[in-house]
Ligand binder design. Structure first.
Ligand SMILES: Nc1ncnc2c1ncn2[C@@H]1O[C@H](COP(=O)(O)OS(=O)(=O)O)[C@@H](OP(=O)(O)O)[C@H]1O
Length: 365
C-alpha cells in the first residue's frame, strides 16, 4: 500500500527525474516490497532465546520426552549423513549464531541438550554416548563440554554453539562425567531447564577407583602407589575419602545434592557392569527413559574378544566395526586383596544406602 501511494505521488514529477535516480528509486521500492513480504522474525531465530529451534522437547507426567513441532520443520526425508551425525571438531568451539534459513532447513538448529550423561567418571559414559547416538533421533556433542563445571561463565549461547544441529525429530545430548560430583552443577542444569533428563552410569566404586588411578598413572608415571593414596592408615583400615578417586564413588552423597533440584524419576542409572555383559538391555532402558523408539538393539553389537568388550557392528551401508579407543578397557593396576577388601568394607554402607535411594541393587559385593 505504501509503495503504491508513494508511486502515485511521485508520478507527476517523473519527467524531471534523471535515469540514475529512477534506477535508485526502483531499487528502493523493491526493498520496501521485500520487507513487507518477509518480515525479519519470520526467517531468523532470536539469538538470545536458548530454546529457539524447530522443536521443543517437554517432559510429560510419566517422565517421557514429548517433542513439540514448531514452524521451521525440515522435510521428513532429510536425514543427517554419517559425517553430520558425528560432532566434528569444526562444530566444537564454534560459537553459533542463527543460521540462514536454507541451512536450517537442511540440517536443523543447534539446541541446548535435552539429556545429559552427568557421570560417573570411568563408569562407561563414553560407551553409553557412542551407543545411544547411533539412534537416528539422537545427536550428541562429540567432546566433553565441561560447561556446567569449568566453563559456566561463558554463558548458555556458548554452550549451545558446541551442540550439533538437530532436526525436528532428534534430541540433543552431551556427556561430561565430572558433573556428577560438582556441587554447583545440579542447580545450574536446573536453571537451564528443569526438564533436562539426566543419565548416570554407575560402576562398582572399588573397580571405578582402580580404573581412575590406572588412567592417572598412565599420564603421571611417578604417582604414589594406589594404597598410599587410598588410605590414611592402611593397617587401621582408614580410607582417605578426600582423594578424588575415592570421593567420586560415594554415589549416595552426590545423589543427595542432585535430588535437591531434580526428582528421581528424571534421573536414569545405567549399570556399568551390565553395559558390558548386556549392552542391548541397558540401551533398551536408556531409550525408554528418553522416550525414544527402541531402535538400538542386540543387532547392533558384537563381543570383540581381543578388546574384551562389546563393540558396534559394521553399519550396513559402509564403514567398519567400531570399538572404543585404547583409553577404554585398559588393563588395571594390580591391587592386593586386603586393600580391596578394606575398600569394599568402606563403601558397603554407602552402597546399601544408594541402592535404597534409587530402588535398585547393583550387587557390588
Ligand atoms: N564397550 C565398551 N568398550 C570399552 N570400554 C567400556 C565399554 N563398556 C563399558 N566400558 C568401560 O568404560 C570405562 C571408561 O569409562 P568412561 O567412558 O566413563 O571413562 S571417562 O570418564 O570418560 O574417562 C572403561 O573402564 P576401564 O576398563 O577401567 O578402562 C570400560 O570398562
Amino acid at each position: 500500500m505504501a509503495c503504491v501511494l508513494l508511486f502515485t505521488r511521485l508520478l507527476p514529477f517523473s519527467h524531471r527525474l534523471t535515469r540514475s535516480s529512477v534506477c535508485v528509486f526502483s531499487l528502493f521500492l523493491s526493498y520496501l516490497c521485500y520487507c513487507a513480504l518477509f518480515p525479519a522474525d519470520s526467517i531468523m531465530q532470536k539469538p538470545a532465546d536458548p530454546t529457539a529451534g524447530c522443536q521443543r522437547v517437554l517432559a510429560d507426567g510419566a517422565g517421557r520426552l514429548i517433542r513439540k513441532s514448531l514452524s521451521c520443520a525440515p522435510p521428513p526425508d532429510v536425514r543427517p549423513s554419517t559425517d553430520q551425525r558425528a560432532a566434528s571438531p569444526a562444530h566444537i568451539g564454534r560459537n553459533d549464531t542463527p543460521s540462514p534459513p536454507v541451512s536450517n532447513l537442511k540440517f536443523g538448529n543447534k539446541k541446548l541438550p535435552n539429556a545429559i550423561i552427568v557421570g560417573v567418571k570411568k563408569g562407561g559414559t563414553r560407551a553409553v554416548l557412542e551407543f545411544i547416538r547411533i539412534h537416528p533421533d539422537v545427536r550428541a556433542a562429540g567432546t566433553e563440554t565441561h560447561f556446567f563445571d569449568r566453563n559456566y561463565d561463558r554463558g548458555l549461547e556458548w554452550y549451545r554453539g558446541l551442540m550439533p544441529r538437530t532436526l525436528e525429530s532428534q534430541i540433543t545430548m552431551e556427556k561430561t562425567p565430572s558433573y556428577f560430583v560438582t556441587k554447583e552443577t545440579p542447580h545450574r542444569i536446573s536453571a537451564m531447564s528443569q526438564d533436562t533428563k539426566l543419565i548416570v552410569v554407575v560402576r562398582d566404586p572399588v573397580t571405578r577407583a582402580i580404573s581412575d588411578y590406572t588412567q592417572t598413572l598412565s599420564k603421571t608415571p611417578d604417582l604414589p602407589s594406589f594404597q598410599d593414596l587410598a588410605f590414611k592408615n592402611q593397617s587401621l583400615g582408614i580410607v582417605d575419602s578426600s582423594w578424588n578417586a575415592i570421593r567420586i564413588g560415594l554415589y549416595v552423597l552426590h545423589l543427595e545434592n542432585w535430588l535437591r533440584y531434580f526428582p528421581l524419576t528424571q534421573i536414569h542409572f545405567v549399570s556399568g557392569e551390565r553395559l558390558i555383559t548386556d549392552p542391548a538391555g541397558e540401551l533398551a532402558r536408556v531409550q525408554d527413559f528418553l522416550g525414544l523408539k527402541r531402535i538400538v538393539t542386540d543387532k547392533h553389537f558384537y563381543f570383540n574378544r581381543t578388546k574384551g568388550f562389546p563393540c558396534l557392528k559394521k553399519p550396513e551401508s559402509s564403514g567398519s566395526p567400531r570399538c572404543l579407543g585404547k583409553s577404554k578397557g585398559r588393563t588395571h593396576v594390580q591391587i592386593d586383596r586386603d586393600a580391596i577388601e578394606q575398600l569394599r568394607d568402606f563403601y558397603r554402607p554407602y552402597n546399601v544406602k544408594f541402592y535404597g535411594m534409587v530402588g535398585h541393587n547393583f550387587k557390588w559385593e
